[in-house]
Ligand binder design. Structure first.
Ligand code: GLU
Ligand code: MG
Length: 460
């Protein structure tokens, strides 16, 4: 419950308890997102809320070794012995518009002594935010998600809601009632909606929300996914944010837009009217860092087996480490700013990113990669002004452009070999994440596409 004006006159915990009393809420969910990218949680009854705001709720350490198939992997220290505490951040309190008398907060994972736990993804993002602040800038971001609306037949198979065309008004009409409720539910949680339109794929929608400071952006992404799925379900529909819920249809991106600001959040440091495409030297160092680490970073931003069905050439999802102005086949697109506020609207967009990610890991990884570019004063080379997939291998090589990993296994190899990202994650989180993701790759690579779709469709 961040106030729009940012005022903190009443301590957040007190405001949560007051808000719960006023709204008649009975259960308050404490939400975390795990290494498989799945949001899970435990709820407290209101009577115990005041105490649990400080004590948290207990969780076995093993959950950070659980994959998205609920298979427990073997990670040293994350077995059946040991507990952590899920301690909510009262700033994130929302009453859930799609679940009766229920509210939610996102949590930090803490040790029994109250210290940040080494395997906590939210703390990983906080550390990267602090490192950027120490380097003189703050990051604002927004996850821009596409999702597919579907019905489910008696046989359990999902079918797209419609066969409408890209941006078509018939698609708007088919989805109007559910989209209106999703927008209302986001507004009720103070998540400002930017734009809506039906996308290219059958039943595919895009609904973007406003950018926010990095931690709030990741928290919002958790609540956004919950909201889209939750509201659709109340309409008798299924919403999937999985990267490729229908293998023959356009994939769902979860692009990350970001910009770099001064400490007060007033000046967009990414903007320089004299810079190429209006981007500052700092902005380009950050972009270059992202591109340099991209073959490893995608393990965090495109972390599911299903992600690699989406990241293909000529799919508008990007497949190469190219960048360019408004180039939607570039991994990093320099978005054209808006005339009324060029400085404020200057931003870049990471295309190889989808909503099967743990947003704290995805955004934390983006910050760590970008910051490395800033520290080393990297530059991104020449922009791609055409689809880089149209160049020959030799042309791409001459430009220093690499193919992004073609599978989760390749991406994990990239991550394992990336010292900057592994060090930023820290040994426990890095080991747990990679073990969980390897196990998912092993499970899905042995199975067929129906199994893959079944298990990705409604978790994301
Ligand atoms: N659906 C595309 C993706 O997978 C993005 C299309 C677009 O918005 O440019 O990322
Ligand atoms: Mg789109």
């Amino acid at each position: 419950m961040r106030d729009r004006d940012g005022s903190r006159r009443v301590p957040a915990a007190r405001r949560v308890v007051d808000a719960v009393r006023r709204s008649g809420v009975r259960l308050v969910r404490f939400l975390y997102t795990d290494n498989g990218g799945v949001t899970r949680g435990k709820a407290t009854h209101v009577d115990g809320l005041a105490g649990r705001l400080t004590d948290g709720i207990g969780l076995t350490v093993a959950m950070q070794a659980m994959n998205m198939l609920d298979q427990l992997t073997r990670v040293e220290g994350l077995g059946p012995v040991g507990e952590i505490r899920l301690v909510p951040d009262p700033e994130t309190f929302v009453v859930l518009p799609y679940a009766p008398r229920t509210a939610a907060m996102t949590v930090d994972m803490r040790t029994l002594d109250g210290a940040p736990w080494e395997a906590c993804p939210r703390d990983f993002l906080k550390r990267q935010i602090a490192a950027c602040a120490a380097a003189g800038f703050t990051v604002r971001a927004a996850f821009e998600c596409e999702f597919s609306l579907a019905t489910r037949g008696a046989d359990g198979a999902w079918a797209p809601l419609d066969e409408s065309l890209c941006f078509s008004t018939t698609g708007m009409t088919t989805a109007a009632a559910v989209m209106d409720d999703i927008v209302a539910a986001l507004e009720a949680q103070s998540i400002e909606v930017e734009q809506y339109y039906p996308e290219l794929g059958h039943g595919q929608q895009e609904l973007s929300v406003r950018h926010a400071p990095a931690l709030a952006a990741a928290d919002r992404q958790v609540l956004y996914r919950e909201t889209v799925r939750g509201v659709a379900y109340r309409h008798g529909l299924y919403a999937s944010l999985a990267p490729k819920p229908f293998p023959d249809q356009a994939g769902n991106g979860g692009h990350i837009h970001w910009s770099l600001w001064d400490a007060a959040g007033r000046k967009n440091l990414m903007h320089d009217p004299r810079g190429r495409y209006g981007i500052s030297a700092l902005g380009y160092h950050f972009v270059a860092g992202v591109l340099a680490h991209l073959p490893a970073l995608v393990a965090l931003t495109c972390p599911s087996y299903n992600s690699y069905r989406r990241l293909k050439p000529h799919s508008w999802s990007s497949a190469y480490t190219a960048w360019g102005p408004d180039n939607r086949e570039g991994a990093v697109r320099i978005a054209s700013p808006f005339a009324s506020d060029r400085a404020g609207s200057t931003n870049a967009e990471l295309k190889p990113s989808d909503a099967s990610s743990n947003p704290y890991l995805a955004l934390g990884g983006l910050l760590a990669a970008g910051l490395d570019g800033v520290r080393r004063k990297l530059t991104p080379g020449e922009p791609a002004l055409v689809d880089p997939g149209d160049w020959s291998d030799a042309e791409r090589e001459a430009r220093g452009i690499r193919r992004l990993p073609a599978s989760l296994a390749e991406a994990l190899d990239g991550l394992a070999g990336d010292e900057v990202l592994v060090e930023a994650l820290g040994p426990v989180l890095a080991r747990a994440f990679m073990t969980v993701k390897r196990s998912e790759w092993e499970a899905f690579s042995k199975a067929d596409v129906a199994f893959e779709v079944k298990h990705h469709f409604w978790k994301f």
